[in-house]
Each structure stands twice: as structure tokens, then as C-alpha cells.
Design a protein around this ligand. Structure first.
Ligand SMILES: [Ca+2]
Length: 653
């Protein structure tokens, strides 16, 4: 039975599989930290590295502060709890006004009393006035303490993360259930203890009699409870929520709760929550009914609702966003929603698994959360993911002493999104094929004399390609919602201009206007032959345009270099590596050089000669040339709002 987060056996196993060369995703900033547990930025770009034995050293400009003169040294107070203990100096949180009041908060464990192996202490300190690189240990103020249950087995599950809420500026801590295995005292469901709870306290408040160094926020869910429920409690039912964080943009709270024998889980509490959630432990382990495995709910309060199977009623409990089995990982390390410089990765939850040495992304482009592995075995003992003031993320390696920056600009997009983008592009490829086939078909029908090619196209609707593109865009909006700043994401967000820009670009790329212009009435056999040749050239031109479009979009999205329609247009350019020009330029491409001069003398085929100025940018000239070519029928079908329609007055009524 796995009881210890940092158990010795797990450590040895990790040492053997770790030490792989870092990928371009990971930039190792140091490997000199001593059992680092956490890293945090006070808001000025310095990284404060929390070391388990009780020191904090600053990592700045690539240099880790001298171990003999750390920022903070409380190692004389700290008791890690021995080989199977999960104590130590566990994390740091900076007061939102740290820049002016120099106050910060830490959590550590010290030796317990009365048979309790460890006591968890949350305390504040001040940095030295005039020396921002050193703290004054004499300024310690203990806010709150919590003893482990009595018994040597209760050395694990202390939680480990202090965070300030980004909106309420209140201090949060998440306690583990107290330890041992399967929460034998049912602490996580018992409102009279802080064990197995997330608490929310006001470090600027005070209750002189009960707790002089913190206050109870009036809107805490149990602030006025009269049944013995502790007023500090914000949420309950947690096993060992070792790491958690707030999304700096949305304020949502993301919790990684370490599981027992079956599941690891990630919980998400929306910013709109008023607290009071029950995350289920020990009744539920992730999405699995743990009470069934336990054969009951030993020592739980009578008010607790149990389960007998996974399909038992779930009322009153909040279930994880995702849970994963122990074939995937066995010690979840809650991370952060990424909000750094690489916009294409914004909004994705990045977290780790300590036991398996993995870094994950939780991706849900279609609303179905899905795990993908970003790094496997590159960090030995990933014990925390920290965030700097720019929203960039860092992984802490407990066993290899590393702090590494995560470089999302060097990653392709998650597979789920890439798949979605590829499908979208296939839709466009299909559209191009359809356009080519339609033109060839209309030309053939025109040659039989049963209809004119222009009437055929008009019947098919000359704007069909744009409409199809719009439909594809609408269909794709959902899956593209995860690609911020790009055309279809704009559509998903109701940005019609972004959608139109993307749709128009696609129409330009597939050459709809050119294709329409070359289709004219076949007046004789020679014209028909020429039209067939032209249609063939148009088809090959479209194939090149389609290929270039796909190349730019797929590789650009995958490498996160395409984040807007303009990026995509720039990638294509007027001459995508010369291929579009060679295939499609009516003056120099095959239309001009091979087909038109030699075989085709009829009007309407030699584009360059017959249709000077046939350009959408000059509607009058276009309409004139369309009229000349007998295209007034087509012209009228462009609606008046379209630039093409405004010049149709030159056509006979
Ligand atoms: Ca749970």
C-alpha cells in the first residue's frame, strides 16, 4: 500500500530512470539546489528556490545564491519526518504587497508533540529593510499550526502549498488528510479538523483570543458555522492536495490531489465559487467509489453519504476534471494554467507526476479533457511547477537539484488540436477539389451547347466557395477555440471580422475569382479545346495553392508561428517559394506560356490580353470586362453589397 509521497523506494526507482538529456522544451537554469521543493517569483523576476531542509536561495541572472548565505535559513526548526515523512520546508508565498511591506509566508513541518510525529506551521517573515536578498529570521510570526494525528504512521500527507488568491488577496493552504493510508480517522470529511481541507485566512486580520495573527474572512462558507466546523475551511474531501494554483487570468483554482491505490486527480474550482466544495475523499478516489474497496467508512461522521459502486449517487460531491490510473502516473503534482509569452499555449493546464517523472498538458479543445505527455523522464522527481511574474513556468526536480524553465515556443501544439487543424485544412482541400471539378464540368456542359459555362456556374452559385468556407469555419469554431488569436478562434469568440479575414484568404488562395473569369462561352471547337486546357491548368494551380496553404497552416500552427490570419497570409506571400507564381501567374505561368499563345486565339481565353484590369480591386473595370466577355449574367448574381456587384450597371438591363 502506497502511503508516502516521497518514499525511499520511489526515489531509488526514479534515480535510475532520470537523468535523460533535457529537451529543447526544458532549459535547465541550475542543478545545484539541495532537494529543491518549490520555486516562486515575488514579482520582480527573481526566483526563490525553497530547499526541503529549511533554506531558501535566490536564483537570479543564472546564479543560485551561495548556500552559506541564503535568503532564509530555518533549518534548525524543520523536521522532515524521516525517510517516509513528507515534511520539510515546503513552499513560499509572497504578500501581494511584498515590494513595499517585505512580508512573505512559508510552510514547514517541525517535530510534533504528545505522540504526533509532525506539526505543520504556517508563518510569516520579513525581508531585511535595505537588503532584499536576505530575510530577518527574528521576524517570524506563526499564523496557524496543525498537529498530525497521534501515531508514527502519520508522517505523510501534509499538503505543501501556500497561495494568495489573485482576486481576494487572501491566503490559502491545503492540508493533507494527516497521513497513513486510506484516511483511517476520516479526517477529510470531518469539519472539526483542518486535515484534508483547503483553508482560506486573512493574514491582515486578527482574533486576539483565538488566533492573533490571522482573521476569518466573513464570506468563508463556514464562517458562522455552529456545529463545530472550523471557520477557516474553504473546501473539504482532499487526500493530499500537495500542489495547487490559481489561474492568473480567470481566477479559477486548480488542485492536484494525490490518490491512494487507484487514481490521481485534478480538480478545478471556478472563480465564481463561494467555497464549500467536497472533493470526495475518502468516499471517492477520483471517479472511483473508494468506500466500496474499504468495505465502509470507518470513523466518518454520520452525516457523510457513502457509495457502494461507481454508479452510486454523487450528490454533494465535486468530481475531478480528470483522473488518471496508476499505469499513467502515481503522484500528481498540481501545476499552472499557462499564461506566458507563447499565446498559442494559453489556457492549458500544465502539471506533473512525481512518481513517473512526467510533465503533462491537460488539453480539452472539444470539452473532453485529455492528457498528453510533454516530458517523460527529463526531470528526476518533479515536485512542483512554479510561475514567474510573466506567466512563464518552471519545473523543480527534487532529486536532481534542478530548476528548469519550460519553453512552449519550442513545442508543437497538443496532438488533439493539431488533429483538429488538419481536419479543418482537409475540408479546405476538399473545397478546392470541388471547385476544380465544378469548373471542368461546366466547361464540358458549355461545349455541348446545352448551356453556357457561365450559366452553369451561375446556377451553381458563383459565391459557393466562400459560403462553403464559412460553413467550414463555423464547424471548426469549436475545435479551434483553443487557438487564440487565429481566425477561427476569433469566430468562436464572435469576432466576425476575424472569420471574414480567414474566409477571404482561403477564397483568394483557392483562386475562385480567377477560375470564374476563365470560364466563358465556348463558341467553337477551338475555344472548347482551349477551355479544357485552361481548366486543367487551373486545377494544377489550385493543387499548388492548396498545398502551400496547408503547409503554411499546419506547420505554422504546429510551431505556433501562425497566430493570426495576417501571419498565414505572410507565410503564403505573393509568391510562396515561387510555386504559386509558377503554377498560377496568368502572365508567366503555364496559362500564358504554354496554352494561350499557341492554341487559343478566341476571346475569353487569353486572360492577359482579353481582360486587362480584370481585378476585384477595380470593380468598374472588372464589370466592363465581364460584360465584354458575356458574363453579365454572372455579374448580376453578385449581390449589390459585394464589390463585384457595384460595377454591373455597365451591363445591359
Ligand atoms: Ca476527489
Amino acid at each position: 500500500m502506497r502511503q508516502a509521497l516521497l518514499c525511499l523506494a520511489l526515489c531509488l526507482g526514479l534515480a535510475a530512470r532520470g537523468a535523460r538529456a533535457a529537451s529543447s522544451f526544458l532549459e535547465q537554469l541550475t542543478n545545484q539546489a539541495n532537494n529543491p521543493m518549490y520555486v516562486a517569483d515575488p514579482g520582480d523576476g527573481r526566483l526563490f528556490v525553497v530547499e526541503r531542509a529549511g533554506t531558501i536561495r535566490i536564483l537570479s541572472g543564472g546564479m543560485l545564491q551561495d548556500a552559506n548565505s541564503p535568503f532564509l535559513d530555518v533549518s534548525s526548526k524543520v523536521d522532515e519526518g524521516g525517510g517516509s515523512g513528507e515534511g520539510g520546508l515546503l513552499s513560499i508565498a509572497f504578500d501581494p504587497s511584498f515590494g513595499t511591506n517585505r512580508r512573505f509566508f512559508v510552510v514547514y513541518t517541525r517535530t510534533g508533540t504528545g505522540g504526533s510525529p509532525l506539526e505543520t506551521v504556517i508563518a510569516s517573515y520579513l525581508a531585511l529593510d535595505g537588503d532584499p536578498n536576505h530575510a530577518d529570521t527574528s521576524t517570524e510570526k506563526i499564523l496557524i499550526t496543525q498537529l498530525s494525528p497521534v501515531g508514527a504512521e502519520f508522517v505523510n500527507h501534509k499538503g505543501g502549498n501556500l497561495q494568495f488568491g489573485p482576486n481576494d488577496h487572501l491566503l490559502y493552504y491545503a492540508y493533507g488528510d494527516g497521513g497513513s493510508g486510506n484516511d483511517p480517522l476520516c479526517n477529510a470529511q470531518d469539519g472539526t479538523t483542518l486535515l484534508g481541507k483547503m483553508i482560506r485566512i486573512d493574514p491582515n486580520g486578527s482574533d486576539p483570543n483565538a488566533h492573533p495573527n490571522y482573521g476569518i474572512p466573513a464570506d468563508n462558507p463556514f464562517a458562522s458555522a455552529t456545529d463545530g466546523t472550523r471557520p477557516e475551511i474553504w473546501a473539504r474531501g482532499l487526500r493530499n492536495p500537495f500542489r495547487y494554483s490559481f489561474d492568473r487570468t480567470t481566477g479559477d483554482l486548480w488542485i492536484g490531489d494525490v490518490g491512494q491505490n487507484t487514481k490521481e486527480e485534478v480538480d478545478r474550482q471556478p472563480a465564481s465559487s463561494h467555497g464549500g466544495e467536497n472533493y470526495g475523499w475518502k468516499i471517492w478516489e477520483g471517479d472511483t467509489c473508494n468506500a466500496a474497496a474499504l468495505g465502509g467508512m470507518t470513523n466518518c461522521p454520520v452525516s457523510v453519504t457513502s457509495c457502494t459502486s461507481d454508479s452510486s449517487p454523487r450528490d454533494g460531491y465535486t468530481f475531478p476534471v480528470i483522473d488518471y490510473p496508476h499505469s499513467v502516473g502515481n503522484v500528481v503534482i498540481g501545476g499552472h494554467v499557462y499564461r506566458g509569452a507563447t499565446a498559442a499555449w494559453h489556457g492549458r493546464y500544465i502539471f506533473a507526476d512525481f512518481g513517473f517523472g512526467k510533465i503533462f498538458v491537460l488539453d480539452d479543445p472539444n470539452g473532453t479533457p485529455k492528457l498528453e505527455v510533454l516530458s517523460d523522464g527529463d526531470v528526476s522527481g518533479p515536485v512542483a511547477i512554479g510561475e514567474d511574474h510573466d506567466g512563464e513556468l518552471y519545473v523543480v526536480g527534487l532529486y536532481d537539484g534542478t530548476i528548469s524553465k519550460l519553453h512552449f515556443e519550442n513545442l508543437s501544439l497538443p496532438k488533439a488540436q493539431t488533429k483538429c487543424v488538419v481536419k479543418l485544412n482537409q475540408d479546405f482541400a476538399g473545397l478546392a477539389d470541388f471547385e476544380s471539378a465544378r469548373i471542368r464540368s461546366c466547361l464540358a456542359k458549355g461545349a455541348t451547347g446545352k448551356t453556357t459555362p457561365s450559366a452553369c456556374l451561375a446556377q451553381a452559385n458563383p459565391k459557393l466557395s466562400k459560403l462553403q468556407a464559412k460553413h467550414a469555419a463555423d464547424d471548426a469554431a469549436l475545435c479551434m477555440a483553443a487557438a487564440p488569436g487565429f481566425g477561427y478562434a476569433g469566430a468562436a469568440a464572435g469576432d466576425q471580422a476575424a472569420l471574414d479575414a480567414e474566409t477571404n484568404l482561403a477564397a483568394d488562395v483557392f483562386g475562385g475569382d480567377l477560375d470564374t473569369a476563365v470560364v466563358t462561352k465556348a463558341t467553337d471547337r477551338n475555344t472548347f479545346v482551349c477551355q479544357q486546357s485552361v481548366a486543367k491548368s487551373v486545377a494544377s494551380c489550385q493543387a499548388v495553392r492548396r498545398a502551400e496553404f496547408l503547409r503554411c497552416k499546419v506547420t505554422g500552427l504546429a510551431k505556433a508561428t501562425i497566430t493570426s490570419v495576417q501571419d498565414l497570409a505572410d507565410c503564403l506571400g505573393p509568391d510562396a517559394k515561387g510555386r504559386i507564381a509558377r503554377a498560377c501567374d496568368p502572365a508567366t505561368g503555364p496559362l500564358a506560356a504554354k496554352v494561350i499563345p499557341k492554341a487559343c486565339t478566341s476571346r475569353g481565353v487569353d486572360l492577359a490580353a482579353a481582360f486587362p484590369g480584370c481585378d476585384e480591386s477595380d470593380p468598374g473595370a472588372l464589370a466592363q470586362c465581364l460584360a465584354t466577355a458575356g458574363e453579365c449574367e454572372t455579374c448580376r448574381l453578385f449581390d449589390a453589397a459585394d464589390a463585384l456587384g457595384t460595377g454591373c450597371s455597365v451591363c445591359p438591363p
